[in-house]
Design a binder for this molecule. Structure first.
Ligand code: SF4
Length: 447
């Protein structure tokens, strides 16, 4: 049963799944609730509002989200005034269906409506009716208040520059969960970055599903212009995710050579090493230009760490197609790969292509082969860094007592023993690499 008259909430709990866009959305929701005087808690049991910010990328995403909502519903037994909000990409996908399925769900908020959260909570409290806020208002009505953003930490600031995606990759659900592309105006982005720098943020990360497809809605300036302008603002580190290979122009490549503070790290999803599969995926590029792009990027910034996304077992993928992916990984020696087994997503085009499905066992084996190869490459690449000294941004406490962890400019994890006194999180220190492991480095402090 849904309670109709809900007392003023005092505490909220947010669970966030998925990508940086979701992380930032959670920070936006947190900020709005805090502005209403509602404070965060780490304990769902203490919360008056629980938000599940879901992600639809992984397999069985909806099932997992419903199961978590089911767990949260049980808390209503002791706290009948508890409000449960279903947010993020699965919420966008499910909409009204979620309200029918979870009968005491209080509201559903899609990524395009995150800016309305405070108002939705208020409306729910007084109306007594569940609320569904999905879809994508246009730029003029979309609410993006910087003042209501509660940043996590004080050293890494994420700045959304473009939302949604206009591409139609046949495996991807993003265009339907995050809507069509909308670039934020250049002026807004620059003021947000300046605001973060004034607060002492060390690293700025520009975000978008196709970050390098950003275009200033007023002047038409492209991402290379934006990168140049932002880098000149003088932060220590500037990063951006996720870039789309076909949209990565030479002018963008040139920024890596021009600005040392653009981190020597780039995530450039290739998805497959086979042109036939890339075509079926609707990616709009072939492997040769991708290879050439990597070559030019490495020329512009020697030593840059590159990472990529790969899907194995896409419908119709033969052993030869997979071999092409395997060979590409071997040849390009990425610093990191994010590889997944294909699984169909509701509303995407791939299942309608009526291609032969890859046997799950074969897909599993291909994924394992890829991981084994990559593990070896990473071990070698990290081992090659032994003896080098990096400026490291200290980001967290280590798992072992007396240790801390940070990130090199090329975004590798590095652990170190801090000795007599721990280093303040967010500081930049010099570490010499002593050991290279497959997934991280071990360093020691140098003067
Ligand atoms: S570019 Fe393709 S994979 Fe990336 S978000 Fe858009 S549709 Fe999805």
């Amino acid at each position: 049963m849904i309670a109709t008259s809900i007392p003023s909430p005092r505490r909220f709990y947010v669970e966030t799944w998925g990508c940086q866009m979701n992380e930032l959305d959670s920070q936006r929701m947190t900020g709005q609730l805090m502005q209403q005087g509602i404070l965060p808690t780490r304990e769902p049991k203490e919360a008056d509002i629980i938000l599940l910010n879901s992600c639809s990328v992984r397999e069985k995403a909806a099932q997992k989200a419903y199961s978590r909502l089911g767990e949260y519903r049980l808390l209503k037994r002791d706290r009948p005034h508890l409000m449960i909000g279903f947010c993020g990409c699965v919420a966008q996908q499910e909409g009204e269906k979620a309200i029918r399925r979870v009968d005491d769900l209080d509201f559903v908020v899609g990524p395009g409506r995150v800016g309305e959260l405070a108002e939705i909570v208020q409306r729910r409290r007084v109306s007594g009716k569940p609320i569904v806020a999905t879809g994508f208002p246009d730029a003029t009505t979309r609410n993006y208040e910087l003042d209501t953003l509660s940043r996590e930490g004080t050293f890494k600031g994420m700045v959304t520059i473009i939302e949604g995606c206009n591409k139609k990759c046949t495996f991807c659900i993003v265009p339907s969960t995050r809507g069509p592309e909308q670039s934020r105006p250049l002026g807004d982005i620059l003021s947000e970055v300046q605001h973060l720098l004034d607060y002492g943020f060390v690293e700025i990360e520009l975000l978008g599903q196709t970050v390098n497809h950003w275009q200033d809605p007023e002047t038409g300036a492209d991402f290379a212009v934006l990168l140049d302008k932002v880098a000149r603002m003088g932060m220590r580190r500037l990063r951006f995710v996720t870039s789309y290979p076909r949209d990565f122009s030479q002018a963008m490549v040139d920024q890596f050579a021009r600005h040392e503070n653009i981190s020597p790290y780039l995530h450039l999803p290739v998805q497959s090493g086979s042109n036939r599969i890339l075509k079926l995926m609707g990616r709009g590029y072939e492997i040769e230009p991708y290879r050439d792009l990597i070559r030019r990027i490495r020329q512009a910034r020697p030593g840059i760490a590159l990472s990529t996304d790969l899907i194995v077992g896409f419908p119709g993928e033969t052993e030869e197609d997979f071999q092409a992916t395997y060979d590409l990984v071997k040849e390009l020696r990425f610093a990191q790969i994010f590889a997944f087994k294909y699984s169909p997503r509701p509303g995407t085009a791939a299942p309608r292509l009526k291609l032969d499905e890859v046997e799950p066992k074969a897909a599993d084996r291909r994924l394992q082969d890829l991981f084994a190869l990559q593990g070896q490459i990473q071990q070698e690449l990290n081992q090659d860094l032994v003896g080098e000294t990096f400026e490291v941004l200290v980001t967290q406490w280590g798992k072992r007592a007396g240790t801390q962890t940070g990130r090199t400019p090329c975004h590798r994890l590095i652990h170190f023993e801090y000795g007599d006194a721990a280093v303040e999180l967010g500081s930049l220190i010099q570490l010499e690499v002593e050991k290279g492991l497959p997934h991280s480095l071990i360093g020691r402090r140098v003067a």
